[in-house]
Design a protein around this ligand. Structure first.
Ligand SMILES: Nc1ncnc2c1ncn2[C@@H]1O[C@H](COP(=O)(O)OP(=O)(O)O)[C@@H](O)[C@H]1O
Ligand SMILES: [Mg+2]
Length: 227
């Protein structure tokens, strides 16, 4: 089994005016290539904290995060940002699309930043998320669900081994939520990318290969379904 994302003893303590707050208390997780893992848990249980650590956007108080053989917990923020490209794609609600760029330009933005845009790749991804017909649309003319599907396509542009998504369907109606999850799973499967998806939606979680729950600073995984 090729582990594309792994944690060991992952621990995050925040200093707060009321004293130290232990949010994560030894989280162990291994995600294999192409696997889809859903994570749920009560509000405030540390789901976003965990995803930020998995993304290398925050550093653990103790423990390890690895992208394949890259020790993310040892990287300074700029080195983590460089290492992320081509390894980890993010679908986070605060990672907005750029308003002045078209859907296609937003999807290929990681290429622009690198100085080489693969326009064919951008079109293939828009097709994969069901937005081939909205290639030139500006974000403000798209629905919330369509904007998220553009964000999904952008997250996959650099062919990451893992996509991390933090409650991507949280604010959407059922049909739009399903369309976003369809897009995410189809686009990830086309590239054999693994997906770690935080969701409080049981119907979304049911589509994952594995389901885990964050509570009390620990990650508890459901037993594999009998097949
Ligand atoms: N930077 C921070 N400083 C202090 N406390 C934080 C910080 N980030 C998150 N927390 C706290 O950690 C807990 C978990 O937050 P979060 O990971 O956002 O939970 P979830 O995503 O599961 O709702 C909450 O009590 C939150 O207030
Ligand atoms: Mg959260």
């Amino acid at each position: 089994m090729s582990v594309v994302l792994g944690t060991r003893g992952l621990t995050r303590r925040f200093a707060t005016p009321a004293g130290p707050l232990d949010v994560l208390n030894g989280v162990d997780l291994e995600v294999a290539a192409g696997e889809v893992v859903a994570i749920s848990g009560p509000s405030g249980s540390g789901k976003s904290t965990l995803l930020h650590l998995l993304a290398g956007l925050d550093r653990p108080t103790a423990g390890e995060v690895r992208w394949g053989d890259v020790a993310v917990h040892d990287l300074a923020p700029d080195a983590a940002a460089r290492a992320r490209n081509g390894r980890v794609g993010l679908v986070f609600q605060h990672h907005h699309l750029l308003a002045d760029l078209s859907a296609h330009e937003n999807v290929t933005l990681p290429g622009r930043v690198q100085g080489r845009v693969d326009a064919v790749r951008g079109d293939a991804l828009l097709e994969a998320v069901g937005l081939a017909g909205r290639r030139d649309a500006r974000p403000r003319t798209l629905s919330g669900g369509e904007r998220l599907r553009v964000a999904v396509a952008r997250a996959l542009y650099a062919r990451p081994a893992v996509v991390l998504a933090d409650e991507p369907t949280g604010s959407l109606d059922r049909a739009s939520a399903d369309a976003v999850v369809d897009a995410l799973l189809a686009a990830a499967a086309a590239d054999a990318a693994a997906v770690v998806l935080v969701t409080h939606d049981a119907l979304v979680a049911a589509r994952a290969d594995r389901r885990a729950h964050l509570d009390g600073g620990r990650l508890w995984e459901d037993a594999p379904a009998a097949s």
